[in-house]
Design a protein around this ligand. Structure first.
Ligand SMILES: [Zn+2]
Length: 438
């Protein structure tokens, strides 16, 4: 069999000579994309069954990382506008450019995001944007997992609300019809300052009826909290709860300005909180998500990069480090968010938030696996694997990425990567030109 065949379709695969959960191991993936064996004896047991054998070369095997808050197609806006006040940045730069986006742009930008995520060890993501049918096509082709939501923004107008409800319903139907188990739909009410009470209530009712998730921005800035108190007489989480938005299928991004009562409420409702430290620091939200309070309350805290305009990459290894550093610095305590907790946020907490398996390397789990090379300076010496993964490595240390049992990158090679990069670069140039000509 040709070596390139390993990228085509699902095959049984034996990965030898890796370190998993601190122990030397081999991993056998069956043709359904499930981990069928993991441990010291796996090679003996499964060698004759494997279509392919990948020499892990002493790599660290990890569950695929899970990015719980992105706007993937914003890769096209990477580096377009930086170092600005949030409101100016949005109104002068981001929104005028986004007004010219087409479905093809979103397809190409999402393809680029998928390649970037594969290269840096992410196998699943939670995405909110526009033209999501095109994003779904990109995810389908990429081999990754995703939860996709249309960014519902009614701007308190009844007419616009109807358009947004229709767009949400259409996306959910479209994704159902794709019948791809790697792709799920969610509702995506953007935030309390862009969606009316009626819009939020519609979203929560529709999510409940369809048994799908909800993806929302929550308490990113102090202004959002103050405006909410002025408009609705209570803090954002309590207001969202009165609209029925908070449930165990809800992922709330940012959550910088939560108070104690809100943390308790989020725990009670089973909401997952996505920490987005790079974006928060870049846009100066002036407060770090209260990690200690949330974790002590028992809230599932996971990790996200946010879009590429405010990060400016999708590297969850970097995000783990930034999260751990920001928490220590802001709350003035170096013991907050130790490395094992940062790794848990990026792996099984994220998988739990999105309902994609266990996010652990165990028999019976979906084979979402990344191999991190130990033949790098960042992994030399290797006193403590988890310390190196969080504080020393970045996504460039990932050699091999497997999702749903399918090899998406092998020893740094992603088939078709150059074309994806070139197409996205061209689309980004044309987008800026269209915006300038108006
Ligand atoms: Zn966002």
């Amino acid at each position: 069999m040709e070596t390139t065949d390993i990228f085509e379709g699902k095959r049984s695969l034996l990965i030898t000579n890796v370190v998993a959960d601190g122990k030397a191991a081999d991993i056998f993936i069956d043709e359904t994309g499930t981990i069928a064996g993991i441990g010291a004896d796996t090679r003996k047991e499964y060698k004759s069954d494997a279509d392919f054998i990948v020499d892990g070369d002493c790599a660290i095997a990890l569950p695929g990382l899970v990015n719980t808050h992105t706007h993937a197609a914003m890769t096209l806006l990477r580096g377009y506008a930086d170092d600005m006040i949030l409101q100016d940045w949005l109104s002068q730069k981001i929104w005028p450019l986004e007004a010219h986006l087409t479905g093809d742009d979103v397809y190409l930008g999402t393809r680029l995001a998928c390649v970037e995520m594969i290269r840096s060890g992410t196998t699943a993501f939670n995405d909110m944007y526009f033209f999501m049918e095109d994003a779904a096509r990109a995810v389908d082709e990429s081999g990754l997992r995703a939860v996709l939501s249309y960014g519902f923004i009614d701007l308190f107008s009844e007419d616009k609300r109807e358009t947004e409800c229709n767009a949400t319903e259409e996306l959910v139907t479209h994704i159902r019809n794709m019948k791809n188990t790697r792709i799920k739909a969610a509702v995506g009410p953007h935030a309390i300052y862009t969606v009316s009470k009626q819009g939020l209530e519609w979203c929560s009712g529709f999510a409940r009826e369809q048994k799908i998730g909800t993806h929302i921005h929550l308490s990113e800035t102090e202004k959002e909290v103050q405006d909410c108190i002025a408009r609705y007489g209570r803090r954002p989480s309590l207001f969202l709860d009165s609209c029925g938005i908070l449930s165990s299928r809800t992922v709330a991004a940012h959550c910088c300005w939560l108070d104690e009562e809100e943390c308790t409420l989020l725990k009670k409702r089973g909401v997952s909180v996505s920490h987005n430290p790079a974006s928060n620091m870049k846009l100066a939200t002036n407060r770090a998500m209260p990690y200690s309070l949330l974790s002590a309350t028992g809230v599932n805290v996971c990790l996200g990069t946010d879009g590429c305009a405010s990060n400016n990459n999708l590297d969850l290894f970097e995000e783990m480090k930034i999260a751990a550093l920001l928490q220590k610095f802001y709350w003035n305590d170096p013991t907050i968010l130790p490395a094992p907790e940062a790794l848990a946020m990026a792996t099984h907490h994220g998988a739990e938030a999105l309902g994609f398996g266990t996010g652990r390397l165990i028999v019976g789990a979906p084979a979402d696996i990344v191999l991190v090379s130990t033949r790098r300076t960042c992994n030399t010496p290797l006193h403590n694997t988890i310390s190196n993964l969080v504080y020393s490595c970045n996504g460039g240390s990932v050699d091999t990425t497997i999702c749903d049992g399918k090899v998406l990158m092998l020893e740094g090679e992603i088939p078709g990567e150059a074309a994806v990069r070139e197409d996205a670069a061209r689309a980004a140039r044309q987008l800026v030109r269209r915006a300038r000509n108006t």
